[in-house]
Write a protein that binds this ligand. Structure first.
Ligand SMILES: [Zn+2]
Length: 202
């Protein structure tokens, strides 16, 4: 069991790390010598931010990181794989084609993860599968952390309603750092409610 001070330091470290990794990734994106270096640096940043986001959710929820390592790795890869839609839309594996498409590719539409979250929540409610609560948040964590970072350049895209303005730099960094706390609060509330309902049935 961590002391209050240790727990605080661990949370502050991970929160700060999300900001630091994002800033370093943005520098790589601006200063990368070639298209491929910029793309890899940007994609790796998405992956690391996605992984740390779920790590922080686990730390806040007081869950074991080693037992949940697979979920951290899943968020790492999910945050990275979102960019595969650039290649699908360009119908080419050439990085130059993928980074020069003239519209935003479909996995960058924020309506999609929100809809997936709602559908998974409804399936959980209908069929009583509580693990879907965690899985739905893992998907949302991976997508939203990715979309917020991209949103600094292009805004958030809510098809069919349109897009927001680009998210100001420090606002995007703050949102990325606050987002795991938001997930923790809502997810824990849902899980606690589920347990209470179970106890009522018993
Ligand atoms: Zn992207």
């Amino acid at each position: 069991m961590l002391s209050f001070k240790q727990a605080f330091i661990q949370r502050a470290f991970l929160t700060g790390l999300i900001g630091i990794v994002s800033v370093l990734g943005d520098k790589g994106l601006q200063n990368g010598k070639s298209e491929i270096v910029r793309a890899i640096s940007d994609n790796l940043t998405h992956a690391i931010v996605g992984g740390i986001t779920w790590t922080l959710v686990l730390v806040l929820s007081k869950q074991s990181l080693t037992e949940n390592l697979r979920r951290i790795i899943t968020c790492f890869f999910m945050s990275s794989l979102i960019d595969v839609d650039h290649f699908i839309t360009a119908q080419s594996w050439d990085i130059n084609d993928a980074t020069h498409i003239n519209h935003r590719p479909f996995l960058h539409c924020t309506t999609i993860p929100v809809l997936i979250w709602i559908i998974m929540y409804l399936i959980y409610k209908l069929f009583n599968i509580p693990i879907l609560i965690t899985y739905s948040w893992m998907i949302l964590a991976s997508f939203i952390s990715h979309h917020l970072r991209d949103g600094n350049r292009r805004g958030l895209w809510f098809w069919p309603f349109g897009s927001t303005q680009p998210i100001p730099y420090y606002l995007y960094l703050s949102l990325c750092m606050v987002f795991p706390y938001f997930i923790y609060w809502i997810m824990n509330w849902q899980l606690t409610k589920h347990t209470e309902e179970l106890l009522l049935i018993i």
